[in-house]
Design a protein around this ligand. Structure first.
Ligand code: PRP
Length: 213
């Protein structure tokens, strides 16, 4: 971790598009267009702030291990990763969606052990075990909707936003597991060592969030 720079790890994709205007309201503007560049680390208008852009699931790792001071990613990623290694001080209320179970429309299955396909294996495990339900979890990395269609699983645990992907694949949302939105996480040492800069950024971001709502 650099002592002089404040490194912020951003999640590429839709979260990045929604977060950039909020960062701008908080006074941080990337030195070049992050959406069109192939670069992974960017300078900003502030000499001491750098921005990284990575996969959401890697954001907690960079922040926990201190290569980034601050991270911005989805609550789904944080729930899947576990929330021990960093602080989670702010909800940016962006990219809101739900974690749900989903299954084929109108299909009633009561197998002894439900087969659940998900890329969120820890979330799925925790959800069903809290209910005392024994399930077999099947890890997939994407296109989860295919699993029930192809007979690989009875249901899935996935992100639902508009619900269109489920409908397009003959599935329906069933059980609500959690509401998801974009969160700010902070490395524990950075919170102490770079306290004033981190705190000031958190305050500016919180103001920008409040102005939007
Ligand atoms: C998510 C999720 C669903 C879709 C839901 O995928 O896995 O496939 O969005 O959105 P909807 O309810 O508006 O249809 P995403 O596009 O994030 O891609 P990935 O999970 O496959 O990376």
């Amino acid at each position: 971790m650099s002592d002089s720079k404040l490194v912020i790890a951003l999640t590429k994709g839709r979260i990045l598009e929604e977060v950039l205007p909020l960062l701008e309201s908080a006074g941080i503007i990337p030195a070049e267009d992050m959406n069109s560049s192939r670069k992974l680390i960017f300078d900003s208008n502030l000499e001491d702030v750098q921005l990284m852009v990575i996969r959401g699931s890697d954001v907690p790792t960079y922040v926990e291990l201190g290569s980034a001071d601050i991270g911005i990613t989805g609550k789904d990623i944080l729930m899947e990763n576990g929330s021990e290694g960093y602080y989670e001080p702010l909800d940016l209320k962006l990219a809101t969606c739900r974690l749900m179970t989903a299954a084929p429309i109108n299909q009633v299955t009561t197998p002894k052990r439900l087969r659940v396909a998900s890329k969120f294996v820890n979330i799925a495990k925790n959800y069903f075990s809290e209910q005392g339900r024994q399930v077999d979890i099947i890890k997939l990395n994407g296109a989860l909707e295919l699993a029930p269609i192809m007979g690989l699983a009875d249901c899935i645990v996935d992100i639902v936003d508009t619900g269109k992907t489920l409908v397009a694949n003959g599935l329906e949302p069933r059980e609500h597991i959690a509401d998801v939105s974009t969160r700010v996480i902070v490395n524990k040492a950075s919170m102490k060592i770079k306290h004033d800069r981190v705190q000031s950024l958190l305050e500016r971001l919180a103001e920008a969030v409040a102005d939007k709502h």
